[in-house]
Design a protein around this ligand. Sequence first.
Ligand code: ZN
Length: 485
Amino acid sequence: MISDKYGITIGLEIHAQLLTSTKIFCSCSADVFDMEPNSSICPVCTGQPGALPVLNEEVVKKAVMAAIALNCKINKYSRFDRKNYFYPDLPKGYQITQYFYPIAENGYLTVKIGDESKKIRIRRLHIEEDAGKMLHSADTITEATHSLVDLNRCGIPLIEIVTEPDIESPLEARLFMEKLRDILRYIDVCSGDMEKGALRCDANISIYNKNTLERSPRVEVKNINSFKFVEKALEYEFERIKSLMEKGEKIEQETRGWDFNSRGTVAMRSKEEESDYRYFPEPDLPPLIVNNEYVEQLKNSLSELPDEKIKRFQREYKISEYDATVLSSSKKLADFFEECVKLYNNSKRLSNMIINDLLSLLNEFNIEIDESNIKPETLVDIAKMVDNSKISTNIAKSVLEEAFKTGKSPTEIIKEKGLEQIDDEEFLNSIVDKVIRLNPKAVEDYKKGKKGVVGFLVGMVMRETRGKANPKVVSRIIEDKLKTE
Ligand SMILES: [Zn+2]
């Protein structure tokens, strides 16, 4: 997708659902995913006449925590405004948001692109409420005979994060989103589940000709609901706009939606101007004042962020930056690793086992480490057995897999399956003799100076013993024998 002739400028608007137990202005439950439609609603969140909003303090707390983690300046004074528009999923006829005075602004996030670090600036972060959800009787609105509305999501607390147009490729956009998700998860502000709508992303994109500096109008891509499609949708838009520019055709300033079925974007509507919303201050809520003490308190309570953790892991456990980054990708995984290291100090072995073996099992079964059968003790037991030459690394992998699937202890599995490594020299001697006898050519080759045949013969012994022979002992026996042949 790299083009010599055209460049791309992307800005993101991200909505993140805050992990609070109740909604933003009422006491209805905010955990509405999988709930019966319209079962978590009340006069406040459905906008009945006379109902008054009361701001949930938990929302302010989580928003400030996110702002701190994203290096934003936190505004002592912020305020709520009404964004007026009509749609059936918004019974009040307006959305309460922070338009004129957001709670935070001027932040940034550093993203690693290859070996380079790049700062992507965050213009603003503000608090707002979500709207409900329409359910149409057909896939497309034109085919639908009727529509239903579910107001459970009305009043779900959100933060909107708006970046500066600093992003210069679809890949960067995806990396930014992934980093943002990791951070919000770390500090327990947002679950980060794009598939469940807890994290949503709209992208503003424009293309420019690098030679003539001619620039396309800005196109907004909405409804990007997975990390994969952040990149895909933007690549698609880049190609679409580029080909229009090359043909000299007019490019509309419009809003397009990512269409899952056609794997492309489709026009939704020409973009409204902000002035169409007739913003004005929300008369039912006082200004929001956040003092320094409150911010300092939250700063101190924030857990270590991924970037700091990666540096500390490299320093404390002497592991590579790559390994530290993988281990820090989720807080649960990082905690698991540290629990293991507390029990057994071979951090390199433990980190290898987690990254090479355990992670692929977790991905395969799509579960988190705390939901799996593998406890720190389990992994440590296996690691110790490898270090004591009781089992080979290959066997260790299958023991881990078995423990993962059955919850049995490593000792039990090894006993049951007879997987213990064979160190018995007398027994190994007899196998080596047999292998040498069956491979006279290898012996000839060795005599001609081809030392590589030792590896081949070790492999044959491993095969004979179904992977259980101690390869170090076998290799020594073979070399001794070949020298005296
Ligand atoms: Zn309610």
